[in-house]
Every structure is written in C-alpha cells, then in structure tokens.
Design a protein around this ligand. Structure first.
Ligand code: ACO
Length: 434
C-alpha cells in the first residue's frame, strides 16, 4: 500500500475534468447496472462538480490507463442542521469497478474525501447509502428516515381553513418556467417547514448549476413507461405556496383502468397549501393510487389523511451524516434544551475528533464545544463518532442508541438530558437522493 494515498500498489488518484464525463459514466454503469445504455446516459447533463470528482486510475497490462474507481461530492454551502446551516460535502458517485473491488479502493477514497472536507472547511459530510452496510465503518451514522406512501385514490383529507383559497396549475414541468419557483419553495420549506419557526435538518438545496441541469433533464430512458414529468403548483394571492413533481401511468384492465401517480417531490409551505396540494394529488382522473417518493416521517399528509391506515407506508433510511470537524459541527447546531455534558468520542479514521469534549448550549440558543482534559472513563457519555452522526440531525435518540449498547452513560441523568437536547421538533429529511 502507498502510505501517501492509502491505495494498493499500481493505483493512483486523479481529479477528473469534464473531458472524463463519458469514462466516469461508463464506470458508473459498472458499479450501478441499471440497464440504461451508456449512450443514453451520456446525453444527460452530468450532475458532477468536476474539481470535487476523483478517480482511481490503474495501468493495464497493455499500457493503457483506465478508471478502477471514483467518487465525487456536491458542495452544499447551506445544509440544514438543527437551528442553522453548515457547509457540507454530499458524498456521491462512489463506485468501484467489480474487477477491482475489495482491495481497499473505497476505503482510500473515503479517507481522501474526509481529509479534503477538512481542508475545505466542511465540518460535515452527508450521503445516501446504496447499501446499509457500507458506511458505518467510515463513521457515517444513519441520521434520518423517510416515508414512502401508496395512497388510494379519493382518500379523504381533513379540512384546513384557507385551503380553498388556493389556485392550482397543472403543467408540463419545465426548468425555464418552473425552476426558480421550485427552488424558492424548496429552499423556504427547509428553513421553515409548514410555516413553523424551526427548520428541517437534513434539507439540502440543489445548489450547483450542474445539479440543477441534471435535475430538470427528463430523459425518456428514465421514465419506466410513465409520461413526461408534470408539475402541480398551488398559489395563494398569486404567490406559489407549494408544488409537486409527478408522472402518471395508465393501464387499461378488464375492470376499467389501473393508474398510478408517482410523486417524486411534494413540498408545501403551510398546512393550507399542503391540503390544497394533496387534494389534487390523490384525486386525478383515471388514477387508482398515488405513490410518493421521499416524504418526511412528519409530513403534513400523514396527519391530513382521515384514515392513514388506508395508505401503505414504507420507512427507508434517508440521509447519513459524518462529523468531519467535531467541535465545529457540535457548536454549529442548536439544541432543543439546555445542556452541559462531556462526551468521550472514539474516531479511528479522524483522530482529531477523538477525545473528551464538553458541549454546552442553551435551548434554541448558542452552543460551544471544547476539548477538555478529562479521562475518557470519567466523561458523562461515551460513544463512537458514528453514533454522534446518527444523533446529529435530531432524528435518532441517543437513548435509543444506548438501548443497543451504542452509547454508554457514565453519569446518571446525562443520557436523558443529552437525548432531549439533541432532539429537534421537526424530523430530519432530505427530499431528494444525491
Ligand atoms: C454515497 C454513495 O455513492 S453510495 C454508492 C456506493 N456504491 C455502490 O454501491 C456501487 C457498487 N459497489 C461498489 O462500487 C463497491 O463494492 C463499494 C464502493 C461499495 C466498496 O468498494 P471496495 O473498494 O470493494 O471497498 P473496500 O475494499 O475499501 O472495502 C472496505 C470494507 O468494506 C466492506 N464492504 C465494502 N462494500 C461492502 C458492501 N457492499 N457491503 C458490506 N461490506 C462492504 C469490505 O468487506 C471491507 O471490509 P473489511 O475492511 O472488514 O475487509
């Protein structure tokens, strides 16, 4: 192994450029065999930020070089954390060619990624995990869950005053026409979901131009036989208050029709807008059911449904979080209760994070985190950085982790106090997979 790069002999890192787009996509098809052809994929605008996209190259026996592995990250300058935002690297496109797997390439790439995050001043990294078992070893903790619903057509919704004051537009989704609107509503929903005075941790805005272009591309190769993308916009007094992006698919069956509305994103800025939006989504002609993609576990629709039992629910792990610069990350969020606690943290991959930290905060106010000269055995709580990542957005209770032996309480009362403080009134979620 090369001690500088952490790579096995014969492999080396290279930062890619836009000229490598096809090779990167080709490697991606090896890692993720979706069946969509390279030529189709190549027509899509790449979502990648090239100066954050790094491959592992190998020289073949014939002397030519090829890509054995790659990873990239999205720059989220305002990733929502409880009570604020922090610069966060959204790790993505981690892929190793099957011929080169289980030789430590992913390990070397993630170590490099974490080191670069620290250099860039990104105290957090976040990701969506292709497989649950991959990222815990690198200090990422599952920080959020989302809910996917299948709602029968005509499901009744509770009334909300003001819902009827909205107007509804149903149109072809188009970046030129809807890009600014969707972005503005999406961003506002992260800052004040449901019009509440607290933000939604885990919410990430599609900030880069590359991501925007990729998000709005609507290639038939990815539609799975569904129609092109449509948008529903709900407005009040001429101002957008919510939107949904969807596709319908209709089958004729002997008994009539079988139609599915697939909602890829549904966002509303308050309860009345949510009622107006969902009223449309669950009652489209010829459709029999409405399937959602990612919804927060506390999304308004779950409370608006008069009979939530009629909707099938699936809970899925959502965003994972890694504390890269622990004191900056812990001091960079707010807490839901006053807290003064010492934490003995283990972090094998980033030793600067390991040690005993004193976290002090006032409820929904400022927080501080400093290293203290206390033996780990005498800290109030002891845990791995992975567990801190899981609890960081407020979606996983430290007490729940303790029931599985993952957090050790040494000072009686510290666990309950810290669990309450690390919680948050709004469930964390990221509305799209990156
Ligand atoms: C944020 C994202 O981009 S998620 C996308 C992740 N990518 C994919 O799922 C695409 C298909 N898979 C791959 O490309 C590769 O198998 C990867 C990236 C998951 C792993 O790459 P590798 O180079 O084989 O991993 P590496 O050799 O560094 O393995 C490190 C350790 O993780 C373990 N590991 C790796 N992949 C997996 C897995 N899928 N499930 C369980 N354990 C795994 C290895 O066994 C090894 O454990 P050990 O240290 O105890 O021996």
């Amino acid at each position: 192994m090369d001690p500088a790069s952490g790579l096995p002999a014969g492999y080396r890192f290279r930062t890619l450029t836009a000229d490598d787009a096809r090779a990167a996509t080709q490697l991606d098809t090896w890692a993720f065999p979706t069946g969509v052809s390279l030529d189709e994929l190549d027509k899509l605008p790449s979502p990648l930020t090239w100066d954050r996209t790094v491959a592992v190259e190998v020289t073949r026996e014939d002397g030519a070089t090829s890509l054995a592995a790659m990873h990239s990250s999205y720059p989220f300058s305002r990733f929502e954390v409880p009570g604020g935002t922090l610069p966060t690297a959204g790790l993505t496109w981690v892929g190793v060619h099957p011929q080169h797997r289980r030789r430590g390439l992913a390990t070397a790439m993630i170590d490099r990624h974490l080191a670069r995050c620290r250099e860039r001043g990104e105290p957090l990294s976040a990701l969506f995990a292709a497989e649950y078992a991959i990222y815990g070893r690198f200090g990422y903790g599952k920080a959020a869950d989302d809910v996917r619903l299948t709602i029968p057509r005509g499901a009744r919704l509770r009334d909300v005053p003001g819902a009827a004051d909205h107007t509804v537009r149903i149109e072809d989704a188009d970046r030129d026409r809807h890009g600014v609107l969707v972005d503005a509503v999406h961003r506002a929903a992260g800052r004040a979901p449901g019009g509440l005075g607290v933000n939604r941790p885990g919410w990430a805005t599609r900030e880069s131009g590359e991501l925007q272009a990729h998000f709005w591309a609507d290639s038939p190769a990815f539609r799975g036989g569904q129609e092109s993308r449509r948008v529903v916009v709900v407005e009040r007094d001429g101002r957008p208050r919510g939107y949904a992006l969807l596709r319908r698919k209709l089958e004729w069956v002997p008994t009539g029709t079988n139609g599915t509305v697939s909602v890829s994103e549904a966002v509303a800025l308050d309860a009345a807008a949510a009622r107006a939006l969902w009223g449309v989504l669950v009652d489209l002609d010829l459709m029999t059911q409405t399937r959602t993609f990612i919804l927060a576990p506390d999304d308004a629709v779950l409370t608006l449904l008069e009979n939530p039992r009629a909707a099938a629910q699936q809970r899925v792990d959502n965003v994972w979080v890694r504390l890269v610069d622990l004191p900056v990350a812990l001091a960079g969020r707010q807490y839901a209760a006053d807290v003064d606690v010492t934490l003995a943290v283990r972090d094998v991959r980033l030793p600067d994070n390991a040690g005993v930290w004193r976290l002090r905060a006032t409820a929904f106010g400022p927080a501080s985190c400093e290293a203290v000269d206390v033996p780990p055995a005498e800290a109030d709580l002891a845990l791995d950085v992975r567990e801190l990542g899981a609890a960081y957005l407020g979606g996983t209770s430290l007490a729940v982790l303790a029931t599985a032996g993952l957090v050790d309480e040494r000072a009686p009362g510290a666990l309950a106090a810290a669990s309450t403080a690390f919680g948050w009134p709004v469930a964390p979620v990221c509305s799209w997979v990156f």
